[in-house]
Design a protein around this ligand. Structure first.
Ligand SMILES: Cc1ncc(COP(=O)(O)O)c(C=O)c1O
Length: 385
């Protein structure tokens, strides 16, 4: 079945009830990480079937010890799509990735401990650190030609003097869209081993990689220090359904979680389970189609930014539908976010992404080519005001 991601209309978008198009009250919404597309028909059908059953009561998953069917489909997905053979008994479900991050930080750190994060970083990471009373140990991104990199030798040297407890890794990386290479991941694993760090690997953007780049799950290289968190919510645009999974390779983290009261850890809602199961068991054709579309949108974004936004610099992301735009040499500098809001486009302010974010904005290009062109042309007006 052909999927059409190019014909979303502005009228339809502006009537969408979710946060992306309603909260900022601006003519164009290119901020929060939701795509502008309808979900995969196989997911809508699965949810509709449940609604039609007339039963929204406590679910009965059957299966082994009542395990949700999404766990088995996740195991199959990781094997087929990411060449990672995992054991279902190491997988557990969460309400969402951020809930899992918060809980795992809670059991792996004490107030005052340091947590290593590659910055700039997804803003809720900072909230999770704040809520656990832990301190940020940033690894600053460095522009490396047409890519971004981080100095891991320097990180190792700093850790020798100032220890940390956890590396909270985001791979593929939000907001730069970098996919860490096998060499970089092995460096991080060696550092974690030498400096005794647990690695929480947030791999929620794992499926949205632009060829020839490739996502390498950290757990395929070594897993006994690693907790991998991911979900179908970015790949399949399901964030409102709240469902995530973890693969816990670290025995000490697994034991610490077992010691927490089960109810404190929550569980996903039934519709989240149904959607993730449908995505991971029958969603591949849709995902392949959306990925091809997003790669086309990324290339269009690079071209439009280059041609129409003077002084704005963009490194094409290797993954994600998020463009990290360097506006530091424009007349707006650190105020670019406000300048674009002033002409009617909601983007994310770079300063929210912590160290290295000032002077940047994050633009979400998961829309249609026509809408994207309107977004960029509207942003261009900020330069002629
Ligand atoms: C890196 C990263 N982690 C986590 C999330 C949020 O995941 P969830 O909605 O499952 O908490 C996002 C959403 O954009 C993200 O980019």
């Amino acid at each position: 079945m052909a999927h059409d991601f190019s014909s979303v209309s502005l009228d339809w978008l502006r009537n969408k009830p979710g946060r992306k198009w309603q909260q900022r009250q601006l003519p164009f919404a290119a901020w929060i990480a939701d795509m502008d597309y309808r979900p995969a028909p196989v997911i809508v059908e699965a949810l509709q079937q449940r609604l039609d059953s007339g039963d929204l009561g406590y679910p009965n998953w059957g299966g082994t010890a009542g395990a949700s069917p999404a766990i088995a489909s996740f195991v199959g997905w990781m094997q087929r799509r990411h060449k990672w053979g995992i054991d279902a008994s190491d997988v557990r479900e969460w309400s969402d990735v951020l809930q899992a991050i918060q809980t795992i930080l809670h059991v792996t750190t004490s107030p005052g401990d340091r947590v290593v994060v590659h910055t700039p970083a997804y803003p809720p990471f900072f909230d999770a650190l704040k809520a656990t009373g832990t301190q940020l140990m940033p690894v600053d991104a460095v522009r490396d030609g047409e890519s971004w990199c981080w100095d891991h030798d320097d990180l190792d040297a700093r850790l020798a003097v100032t220890p940390a407890k956890v590396l909270l890794l985001c791979n593929p990386h939000n907001p730069t869209g970098r996919c860490f290479s096998e060499r970089e991941l092995r460096e991080l694993l060696e550092i974690a081993e030498r400096r005794n760090l647990v690695i929480i690997a947030d791999e929620v953007h794992m499926d949205l990689v632009h060829a020839p780049h490739r996502h390498i799950p950290l757990g395929t290289l070594a897993s006994d220090r690693v907790v991998t968190l991911t979900s179908a919510s970015k790949s399949f645009n399901l964030a409102g359904l709240h469902y995530a999974v973890s693969h816990i390779g670290s025995a000490s983290v697994a034991a610490a979680l077992r010691a927490l009261p089960e109810r404190l850890q929550g569980e996903p809602g039934m519709m989240g389970v149904i959607a993730a199961h449908a995505a991971w068991s029958r969603g591949e054709p849709w995902l392949d189609a959306v990925r091809a579309h997003l790669t086309m949108m990324r290339d269009l974004t690079s071209r439009l930014v280059h041609e129409r936004l003077p002084g704005v610099n963009m490194v094409a992301p290797q993954a994600t539908y998020l463009a990290w735009l360097d506006c530091s040499t424009t007349p707006f500098g650190a105020d670019a976010f406000r300048a674009f809001a002033g002409v009617g486009v909601a983007v994310n302010a770079g300063t929210d992404f912590g160290p290295g974010g000032a002077g940047f904005v994050r633009l979400n290009f998961a829309t249609s080519p026509v809408v994207l062109e309107q977004v960029v042309d509207t942003m261009a007006r900020a330069f002629t005001r």
